[in-house]
Design a protein around this ligand. Structure first.
Ligand code: PXP
Length: 259
């Protein structure tokens, strides 16, 4: 039987990266040391995830510089550093050389990353930033809205990957349009030779249709896993999501545990 991460037919293997920012959010509520997002990352790895995602925001509202430094040396899978297109962040990334950098938009007033990167807003900086990150060996991904025109513009920049923003899909359950946009954008991204990732607002309940898109090879999931972990622990929360991903990708039914 195929296990999560193995492929069937034309589907690419599907990786799960856990976003641990939300552990840091809880710690920052008291400005202390507990719960430690680095320890959480190691626990996620022990539970079998393929990568760790962390967003060092300019306002440092959750992940701190010291977390990124510790993750860079302690993560045994791969580190996906999410960051804004700023010279400060490029300097940090070039020092720690994460496996992957995902460039994201940032607005200080937002609750979370609310939309994809506006390529036109950072068009002057982007080519140099992408080159500077690739020069130190990091692969570069752009977090974009699922729009074939933006996918094409990303491909023209020569990035390794795109991460499709699944927020519209997650926030409008039952509306077929956001899922259709994800499907066509994933197809366009893969046809242009880029790796296709997806994330934002995904959970055990809604991950299935996204995981079933064969061109998608990486999902970044944070809030739902960390929130669920309060009740069942991180390994069980991860296992639930992986089971749902696997069932959607490979067609085998799973019984979700009682919630
Ligand atoms: N991918 C990106 C680029 C993000 O900014 C976020 C939000 O932190 C996620 C994935 C994960 O979203 P969520 O925490 O809603 O699962």
């Amino acid at each position: 039987m195929l296990r999560p991460g193995e492929s069937a037919g034309n589907a690419r293997p599907l990786r799960l990266y856990v976003n641990i920012d939300h552990v840091a959010t809880l710690r920052q509520a008291r400005r202390g040391t507990h719960p430690d997002p680095v320890a959480a990352a190691l626990l996620c790895e022990a539970a079998g995830v393929e990568g760790i995602t962390a967003h060092l925001r300019e306002d440092r509202r959750h992940i701190q510089d010291a977390d990124i430094e510790a993750l860079a040396t302690q993560v045994r899978t791969v580190l996906n550093l999410e960051m804004a297109v700023t010279s400060e962040m490029v300097e940090i990334a070039r020092r720690i050389r994460p496996f992957q950098v995902t460039l994201v938009p940032e607005r200080r007033a937002e609750i979370t990353t609310e939309g994809g990167l506006s390529l036109s807003a950072v068009s002057r900086e982007l080519p140099g930033v992408i080159q500077a990150l690739r020069d130190v060996g990091s692969r570069v991904s752009l977090f974009i809205d699922p729009d074939p025109a933006i996918v094409a513009a990303s491909a023209a920049l020569g990035v390794d990957a795109i991460e499709l923003h699944t927020g519209q899909y997650a926030h409008h359950p039952g509306d077929p349009a956001p899922l259709a946009s994800l499907v066509t954008s994933a197809q366009a991204g893969a046809a242009a030779g880029m790796a296709v990732h997806a994330g934002h607002g995904l959970s055990v309940e809604n991950v299935g249709p996204v995981a079933a898109i064969p061109e998608i090879e990486e999902l970044n999931i944070g809030h739902a896993i960390v929130g669920r972990a309060i009740f069942v622990g991180l390994p069980a929360a991860i296992a639930e999501v992986r089971a749902a991903m696997h069932a959607a990708r490979h067609g085998s039914p799973i019984a979700l545990p009682p919630r």
